[in-house]
Design a protein around this ligand. Sequence first.
Ligand code: FES
Length: 314
Amino acid sequence: MTISPTATPLAVTVAARTAAATDVVALTLVSADGRDLPAWRPGAHVDVTLPGGLTRQYSLCGDPDDLSAWRVAVLRERESRGASAWLHEHAHEGVALTVGVPRNLFALEPANGYVFVAGGVGITPVLPMITEAERAGVPWTLWYGGRSAASMAFADELAGFGDRVRLFPRDTAGRVPIADVLGRPAAGTAVYCCGPRSLVDAVEDACRAWEPGTLHVERFTSAEPEGDTSFEVHCVRSGVDVRVDGDVSVLDALLAAGVEADYSCTQGFCGTCETRVVEGVPDHRDDYLDHDVAPDTMMICVSRSRCPRLVLDL
Ligand code: FES
């Protein structure tokens, strides 16, 4: 069985596109039949399926109370030949796409205050959280780091919030001072962090002294493993052999070959695609398994192989 969040696919059209930063394009999507789109809340993401069938997930980053349009932001992955490159090159006004229903693994819970920490394109789920906190009159601060000022998406939209937003372009201001920001636990305040693994790890460390349940994280994982080497996968139950090229995931290669595999997040954090490894050494890249205990399973949506051939229980 394949668990797909696009079980109820929706036809949408690109209504507008803007440059949100260097290498980040923001797409406004409207339903192809002119009706409202499904409701969503901050932290939600959707599957976006390209005309060729490639599917990637993006956080919704527009106004959650506006059902006439959704907004997603797409970072162009370095040397991408996959979804992000296609969207940058072809998703102009009027282009048709298919989307799934919004799903939320990073929901904004009620709190007396919020500390938001974002890294790079991890700002996207945080934008609607700020909108919601503003409407609820809940105090918040945002600490937002990026490679350079030019690479930090939506910095112009955030400028209106004054000193509640602190920007840290690494080339001029260094990294977000996590230990200072989160050094003193604040009762009733929730911490939301989205960004690359190194940032999330630092925030998790800094929040160890905070009340359990205070911290909510979403790791930003590249869904396009360009630059990786290819390897072979043998599926023992189906008898299928598949070559996994450097620019596709094991999951995508298996699905393309007609192998049935469960999946959901496609980013290594939900555990749905966990698959038993019969032979070979996986290169674990997920955020779900405890890698310290040498698991005999792997998340095939993001993990790869440390040897020329993997044998999987599929
Ligand atoms: Fe969620 Fe692989 S599909 S971890």
